[in-house]
Design a protein around this ligand. Structure first.
Ligand code: NAD
Ligand code: TYD
Length: 350
């Protein structure tokens, strides 16, 4: 039977923090370990409401440090692993691909080796659940959707590193019989997202009346999913997903960047009691991102048909909730943009 210990990596990040909170609340007879090295993207303030729960422990560790990881795996003998820790921002990967190779590929292989080391051949109750992205499929034209059988064709160093990690997870399944699931999800949005990604960056810039840098002509399409719906899909797949399978997760919700930005501007004008059109006047088209993928859109019918998952929050509701969260948590944003959040671990944990 083994322990009832679940390891979540990257739990101090955006999606990870929602997954950790959901699991701590819903899996009361499991112990949830959140392993995170607290890079610039890790923020323990995201979890301050649950940090004193009895079934939660934070472990500060780096997945790139195999001996540290191996010790923790031997100590806690995790039965299930949900792997979210990663370098996650495309623009940073263009500036510095090496960090993406290290954490996303080599770090994932470290976790796979450590899991193999503690599980051996008796893997009946074990699962290595790897969280990935739809960006591994490359780009779509005007029509069509990514399915689980779409060939991998990553275009950015970020998506190439995620593709590499997906291949290693699958290879460990085939070669060593390591039980695994991979899910490839579309763009997430919601509370606690680091303000380098489109939606929180633009919310912050609108509040501060700074320019809104739209890459190219803004006619790039993304399929947006509210982060809490992603966390619910992850919980469902952990409980009921097929071993050695991959699942696509998406919002059935395609938006061209420029239309999304116009909607966001309208919501922000209303919430901030500013004159209509004042946020949109900050829109500034700038040089395009190199290798910019034109369109992502997910066919999520497999997880829908097999497990009954579909998004519960409409985009209008989710975006409104997100804007409200950022407006009522401006201290969180200030701590993030000033760097103050990096002191939270020292204050609370050491
Ligand atoms: P994020 O950047 O907000 O968080 C990443 C977390 O991983 C941070 O807490 C960071 O401290 C931690 N981390 C980074 N390097 C580490 C290391 N070497 N050791 C330990 N911890 C480390 O990312 P996110 O947006 O929450 O994405 C989480 C996962 O989901 C990633 O694997 C990403 O590829 C995937 N994903 C993200 C999206 C999205 O829209 N954000 C969509 C699909 C899939
Ligand atoms: P992003 O949030 O970085 O996610 P991803 O690149 O993983 O899809 O970007 C979402 C879209 O918004 C993408 O087409 C790039 C575009 N974008 C801008 O136009 N300006 C920006 O400042 C950012 C961060 C993104």
């Amino acid at each position: 039977m083994g322990t009832r210990n679940i390891l979540i990596t990257g739990g101090a990040g955006f999606i990870g923090s929602h997954v950790v909170r959901l699991f701590v609340e819903k899996f009361r007879d499991w112990h949830i370990y959140n392993l995170d090295s607290l890079t610039y993207a890790g923020n323990l303030e995201n979890l301050k409401d649950i940090e004193s729960e009895g079934n939660y422990t934070f472990l500060k560790a780096d997945i790139n440090d195999f001996s540290q990881i191996e010790k923790l795996f031997k100590k806690y003998n995790f039965q299930k692993i949900i792997h979210l820790a990663a370098e996650s921002h495309v623009d940073r990967s263009i500036a510095n691909p090496d960090a993406f190779v290290r954490t996303n590929i080599l770090g994932t292989v470290n976790l796979l080796n450590a899991a193999r080391g503690i599980w051996g051949s008796n893997v009946e109750n074990n699962l290595f659940y790897h969280i990935s992205t739809d960006e591994v499929y490359g780009t779509l034209g005007e029509t069509g959707l990514f399915t689980e059988t779409t060939p991998y064709a990553p275009n950015s160093p970020y998506s190439a590193s995620k593709a590499g990690s997906d291949h290693f997870v699958r290879a460990f399944g085939e070669t060593y019989n390591l039980p695994y699931i991979i899910s490839n999800c579309s763009n997430n949005y919601g509370p606690n997202q680091f303000p380098e990604k489109l939606i929180p960056l633009f919310i912050n810039n609108i509040i501060e009346k700074k320019p809104l840098p739209v890459y190219g002509d803004g006619k790039y399409t993304r399929d947006w999913l509210f982060v809490k719906d992603h966390a619910l899909a992850i919980k469902l797949l952990l409980e009921k997903g097929q071993n050695k399978s991959t699942y696509n997760i998406g919002g059935f919700n395609e938006w061209q960047n420029i239309d999304l930005i116009q909607l966001l501007c309208k919501i922000m004008d209303a919430k901030l009691n500013r004159e209509e059109g004042s946020s949109a006047s900050l829109i500034t088209c700038i040089k395009d991102r190199p290798g910019h993928d034109k369109r992502y859109a997910i066919d999520a019918s497999k997880i829908n048909k097999e497990l009954g998952w579909s998004p519960t929050v409409t985009f209008e509701e989710g975006l409104e909730q997100t804007v409200e969260w950022y407006l009522s948590n401006q201290k969180w944003m200030k701590n993030v943009t000033s760097g103050e959040y990096e002191n939270y671990y020292n204050k609370q944990y050491s």
